[in-house]
Every structure is written in structure tokens, then in C-alpha cells.
Write a protein that binds this ligand. Sequence first.
Ligand code: PMP
Ligand code: GLN
Length: 397
Amino acid sequence: MQPQNALLSATGTTIFTVMSALAVQHGAINLGQGFPDYEGPADVIQAAADALMDGRNQYPPLTGLPELREAVARANHRFYGLEIDPASEVVVTSGATEALIASLMAVLNPGDECVLLEPLYDTYLPVVRMLGAIPKLVRLQPPKWELPRAELAAAFGPKTKAILLNTPMNPAGKVFTAAELAFIADLVQRHDCYAICDEVYEHLTFDGWKHIPLMTLPGMRERCMRIGSAGKTFSLTGWKVGYITADRSLAPNVAKAHQLLTFTTAPNLQRGVAVGLAKDDAYFNGLSSELQARRDLLAKGLSDLGFGVLPTQGSYFITADFAPLGFKGDDIAFCRMITEEAKVTAIPVSVFYDGKDAPSHFARFAFCKREAVLEEALGRLRDWRAKRGTAPLAAAG
Ligand code: PMP
Ligand code: GLN
């Protein structure tokens, strides 16, 4: 038989699926894959359920139901002051994953360079490569994850077509500052490029940190494809409804990519999301303050256990250094060990890197779980530590 597609053959099953399966196998609490174990808002779910019964179950329009596109445009204005035309500047997709792929497809030609920041979400690299583009990786360093300005500037050149920016950032929990965004905006304009902005955690920021879309910076409106996810904003990750806001000069290509990938997205879910985006400020404030309390609970628990807990300004995730526990193996061995022995699952952070010399002593823990579940996970980790004693932990076989 002839070889199949080389890039897909070389791409492994996503770590989120691998660790979730391992968690099920060992009866572990899954703090790996980032999904809430609580339900999204009842009125949003009710609106989607009602919409199934009202006889509008055929293909919705290619770029999304008008009511959802209008809701996305209004949300852009309400939260960020952006004036967006719902008819020509919004594309609804089946999840932010599709939105990312459609946005990359919209601008990249084979041979173009695309700047990416490590640690990075696992969809980015394989897709950039599948499109024949060349990833230019720039690495952020823990614990502060500050933008390395000189390296970033050096990564841009005559072949640069785009940068893919994720803020708030998975897995680092970093929210990019106004000064960092201004630096990026300047580079994008000087090199006449586009920015794909993965902003799925836009409403999940803590301690007064505010998400700033790159699209709101001077000169950036025409250059950005801004991506949101109903999965994150309404704690409904299984719905897979995403939305892209892009200037009318960019949106047609994004829509054509969506046309090739999925063409449309389930109409009842779109109607539920339209109801959600119109929810009052109390909903959005409550979303982040409840999540902040869960973050605090898990951060304190992990820190009491001896982990080096890095700050989280946004997202669902805490990055924790397990080296202080005395474990001698790498992060993959550590995450396997705690799944098998403590019955708690986390994600090894090295999978968010391309290079071989990725840091290998961090684990990512999701805190989008009920408080009792977080308490139970911490209790299990405490019992496991007590059983193991304080002697250095050997690498798991
Ligand atoms: N980008 C980032 C940074 C993510 O963490 C995720 C996962 N939730 C996605 C994109 C994909 O979002 P969706 O589930 O809406 O496809
Ligand atoms: N975004 C989620 C995470 O980072 C996972 C989504 C997925 O499993 N593809 O955990």
C-alpha cells in the first residue's frame, strides 16, 4: 500500500484524549482535559432545546444564523467597543478549533512563515504544517511567561504572513499586557501581516486582569481574525460553537474555508449561544469570579502539597512545578504516576512544545471542576504523598 498522508501519520492522538482515557482506566479524577464538570446556564440550554422543536432544523446560512452573528457583533461592541457589521464581519464555526483552521487557511500559502509562541495549543503546529507553511517558534519562559521581545522581532521577516496569538494563554494562564500587545501590533504592521487571535478564554480572567483583543489596537482591525468559543464562555465544551470576527476584507476567505471544512454549524446550538451572548453583566462577572475561587482552592492545595504553583491570570489551568516534590522523572512519567497511584490526572506541559529541550518538570491542572471534586483530588494527592513518605520519588516504571 502507498504511504498515507505523511503529516497526519506523524501526528499522535491528542494528549487530551490520551490522558482522559488513562483517567477512566484508573478511576482517576480528571484534572487533565479542560472541560467543566458542571452544567452551563439553564436558559442557554433551554433555548437550544426549544429550537430543536420549532421546525428550523435544516442547513442554516453558511456564515451563521443572523441572530447569532448579530449577538457576536453586539458582544464585540459591549465588551471591547468594536464596531462590527454582523452581515459581513462574523463567521460562525463548529468550535474554535474549526475557527483556527479556517483562519489559518484564509491567509497562509505554502512557504509562508507563521509566528507561533511556545508553549502552544496542540492544534496549531500540525495545521500550519498541513497548509505547507513554515512555523517560526518563539518561546516564553516560566514563571513569568514574559514576551521575549528581541526573539519575537527576530522571528518576523520578509516571508512572515501571520502570527497566531493565544491570550489568555493555554497552558500558561498568562494574559498578555497592553504593552506586549502594542509590541506585537507594531511588528504585525511593520511586516504587513495578519494575526490569528485565539481568544477562547476571553471571559475567564482573574484578579482584575482584563482581556484586551489585539484587534482593538490602532491599525489592527483589518489584520486580525478574533476567535471566540461558546464552549468556554458558557461552560458547554461539547457544543463546539465558535465565532470569528474579522474585517470584511478578510471574512470572505474565512467563510470559504468554513464552507470547505463543515459548511454550517447546528442551528439550535447557534440559537442557544445567541441567547447566551446577550446575558447580563452579572453572568459574565459570576463566570470569572466563580472560576477564580476554584483556581484559588486548587492553587493553595497544590502549594500546600509542595508544588511550585505558577500564577494564573486567566484560562482553566494552573501550571505547577513538581520538581520540589523530589520526583526524578519527566512530566509524562509524573502525570502517568499520579493518575495510576494517586488517581488524579494532569497534563504534561512538555506536549505544548515542539522542541526537544522543552521544560519537563511542569504539570497542567484544570480547575474548572466542582469544589468538592477539587477537594477530593487534593485529598487523594495528600494521601498518596503520605503513603509515599517524603523520600524523593523515583520515576514510575
Ligand atoms: N484554543 C485553545 C487555546 C483551547 O484551549 C481550546 C480548547 N478548548 C480551543 C482553542 C478549542 O476550542 P473549541 O472546543 O471551541 O474547539
Ligand atoms: N482545550 C482543551 C484543553 O486544553 C481540550 C480540548 C480537546 O480535548 N481537544 O484541555
